[in-house]
Design a protein around this ligand. Sequence first.
Ligand SMILES: Cc1ncc(COP(=O)(O)O)c(C=O)c1O
Length: 357
Amino acid sequence: MIPISRPIIGEAERQAVLEVLDSGMLVQGPRVAALEAEWAAACGTRHAIATSSGTTALHLALLAHGIGPGDEVITTPFTFAASVNAILYAGARPVFADIEEDTFNIDPARVEAAVTPRTRALLPVHLYGHPCEMDALLDIAQRHGLVLIEDAAQAIGAEYHGRRVGSFGTGVFSLYATKNVMSGEGGMITTDDDALAERCRLLRNHGMPRRYRHELLGYNYRLSDLHAAIGLAQIGRLDEFTARRRANAAYLNAHLESVRTPTVRPGCGHVWHQYTVRVRPGLDRDAAVQQLNQAGIGTGIFYPVPAHRQPYLAGLGLGEVTLPVAERLAQEVISLPVHPLLSQADLETIVAEVNRL
Ligand SMILES: Cc1ncc(COP(=O)(O)O)c(C=O)c1O
């Protein structure tokens, strides 16, 4: 089977973990700070604050901005549940704006239409590694005085007109095992705002500026040094990993004929966390997935059900909207392997099998 994703675990990652074990400092040692410094440099931000996961990073980013009960946060329905859950953890209300057909990302025109006097923040998601339309979203945020939190969980290194994602607003990343740069589990918040960075640091460690002085209600959302060491072994190879993903995506785009291949907007640097095609109208997606899996091609459906159609959100009264683009695309998408460990033979097999659909 050619897996849909495969973590890169080489000698550097193994050595890095062993060194932490041998050091005896499994937590709150030097690796977290080193990873934060490299992450900030990779994003072009003044600060990066490591957390235990992308989910906890999202929660902290919202809390650090003071978002809570009574506030509305506009986000996309076409995302992993964590983007929406973090808004609910903060006690705020997610409001969904439909997506763009070509990029799968939140549509700025729909965002504008969803703004109310209770809106406090925008939470766009750079889905699959393709940046959102940041000029339009920044403009909306500025005109309405809104916080902008970028869910860049899938998009480390992605660029919008030459600028890295995570540097436009408050950036949030995931280092989960399948991500382009991973640490097993892990998250990161990026910002240029010194005070916000300080609040995130406090919140992730029980509100403690120093031992046993608690200035606010915080959490244990720390990253361990074991995890940070894995991330550190990878972050320096970001450009190499991205180049491999781009080359794989270019090959697939050039050779796939039987499906609608993904596009990249001018001025956007896609990092291909996922390579997502759409089945032809009339083709049974489930049957296509089964056929590919039987032929040894791993696939993913990201995501089969948009957030507003999930039972738990319907239960909260948040499902009573119609978002036709997200609802349709959720039934058409199939993600194919694009990760850096694919060989030329793998790519040729994928092309041959997909073109048989
Ligand atoms: C778009 C998006 N947001 C948030 C997350 C949450 O990250 P984590 O799994 O590290 O908690 C993910 C992870 O898969 C994601 O894809």
